[in-house]
Design a protein around this ligand. Structure first.
Ligand SMILES: Nc1nc2c(ncn2[C@@H]2O[C@H](COP(=O)(O)OP(=O)(O)O)[C@@H](O)[C@H]2O)c(=O)[nH]1
Ligand SMILES: [Mg+2]
Length: 450
């Protein structure tokens, strides 16, 4: 997981000060020494660290902390606020042109993730904003670049504009926009070429594309794993092109996190999105406050809830809840719940977002066995409708048949039926309690996977 080292160190530092009833300047000084080291070790830019520590120190020995009843907590709050500030405010909005299409230029070094991110962004634009993007293959230098974008376009069922590798990128961009107007594509995402280093020829080309297409956004794609280099690259691109945002990729890897913490204050360009994997849905809006919480071990509960909301059908969730309450919950309903939980993504990813999860030793190495879910699904699917509604009628010979049909063993079938029976009993008890207590409105996960 990204930020592991930094998170560990900061959390230890925080632990030391959390419960303190009184805090003196010496305490703050000691803590700031730890914070400073932690940040430097995470490859955060030296100047950024200096400024950060200065700000936190000033606030930590100030009135708001010293006079408060829980100074330890108060210092932590200051650290969190300053960490959030460092990464910038909420910045994940995407521009909309007054007259479509909105043009987004994707720039960055070779291998940073431009092409992949172009696909991811197009996917996000459609899924979240209901847009109809066109992808433009303007990298004519890298042999397989056009093909790569075309493959992504196919996966997404989205149009990819290409004129092969014999037409200049500037001309390609120009014709692409005309075509997008004709075809009513409201977003045009231009995937440009990268080089191994920032070089003049590349910058000239990008400047020309910029002048001609007047993009509404210029997103720099940078690899988080490259640490300080990512910050330098961002600076150069920003000086030459004037970026509107940064997409930090490969944050799913073992990055120390320095880039995420330095880019905003060094380049004055906000991080808008982060890439968290190779798949097309592995792009998330960057939320500085949530990131700060995550680094400080406070968990990323909001993202967790959003994931649940995006993937669990609310109507169905309500219906299931009603069924639970009336105890008419069947194995079919159970099957449905499993499906919804699974839609939220790998279970171990979800676990990591739980507050305090960072403190659980070995969690990162733990793999929740998704096969188990598949097995349970297979067993339930091998039952008849009547059996699913009245599992108490499933006798020994039926169990044998179900085991055979699902490719599982009889003991597994037995175990599932027993668990389901216990679950129903528990539901009755729990819903009984809930009815007594005041029931709050709002969204609830129908099924607790943890
Ligand atoms: N793990 C991970 N891999 C990524 C991410 N974004 C891109 N990649 C991978 O990085 C490699 C280079 O990506 P590509 O889009 O071709 O980079 P480009 O040269 O900038 O266009 C590919 O293997 C991608 O699958 C990410 O967020 N996480
Ligand atoms: Mg590319």
């Amino acid at each position: 997981m990204a930020f592991e080292g930094l998170a560990d160190r900061l959390q230890n530092t925080i632990q030391k000060i959390r419960g303190k009833g009184k805090i003196g300047e010496a305490d703050v000084k000691e803590m700031m020494r730890d914070v400073r080291l932690a940040l430097l070790e995470a490859d955060v830019n030296f100047k950024v660290v200096k400024e950060f520590v200065k700000k936190v120190s000033e606030r930590a020995v100030g009135q708001e902390v010293m006079k408060s009843l829980t100074p330890g907590q108060q210092v932590i709050k200051v650290v969190k606020e300053e960490l959030t500030e460092l990464m910038g405010g909420e910045q994940s909005k995407i521009a909309v042109a007054n007259r479509p299409p909105t043009v987004i230029m994707m720039v960055g070094l070779q291998g940073a993730g431009k092409t992949t991110t172009t696909g991811k962004l197009a996917n996000l634009l459609r899924k979240k904003y209901n847009r109809n993007p066109m992808l433009v293959a303007a990298d004519i230098y890298r042999p397989a670049a056009i093909k790569q974008l075309e493959t992504l376009g196919k996966q997404l069922s989205m149009p990819v504009f290409s004129l092969g590798d014999q037409v200049s990128p500037v001309e390609i961009a120009k014709q692409a926009i005309a075509k997008a107007k004709e075809d009513h594509n409201d977003y045009v995402l231009i995937d440009t070429a990268g080089r191994l280093h920032v070089d003049e020829a590349l910058m000239d080309e990008l400047t020309q594309i910029k002048e001609l297409t007047k993009p509404d956004e210029i997103f720099l794609v940078v690899d988080a794993m490259t640490g300080q280099d990512a910050v330098n690259v961002a600076s150069s691109f920003n000086d030459l092109l004037g970026l509107t945002g940064v997409v930090l990729t490969k944050l799913d890897g073992d990055t120390r996190g320095g880039a995420a913490l330095s880019i905003r204050s060094v380049t004055n360009t906000p991080i808008k999105f982060v890439g968290l994997g190779e798949k097309l849905d592995a792009l998330e809006a960057f939320h500085p406050e949530r990131m700060a919480s995550r680094i400080l071990g406070m968990g990323d509960v909001l993202t967790l809830i959003e994931k649940a909301q995006a993937n669990v059908d609310e109507e169905k969730a309500k219906e299931l809840e009603k069924k639970m309450r009336s105890a008419s919950f069947t194995l079919d309903d159970f099957l449905e719940q499993l499906g919804q939980v699974r839609n939220m993504g790998p279970l171990d990813d979800l676990l990591k977002m739980m507050p305090g999860a960072g403190k659980i030793k070995g969690l990162d190495k733990m793999k929740i066995d998704e096969k188990q879910i598949t097995h349970v699904e297979a067993i339930i699917q091998s039952m008849t409708k009547a059996e699913k509604e009245h599992p108490e009628t499933i006798n020994a010979s039926r169990r044998k048949r179900i085991a055979k049909g699902s490719g599982r063993t009889v003991p597994e079938v037995n175990r599932l039926l027993k668990q389901f029976d216990e679950m129903k009993k528990m539901m009755k008890q729990m819903t009984g309690m809930q009815q007594k207590g005041k029931k709050k409105g709002g969204f609830k996960l129908p099924f607790k996977p943890f």
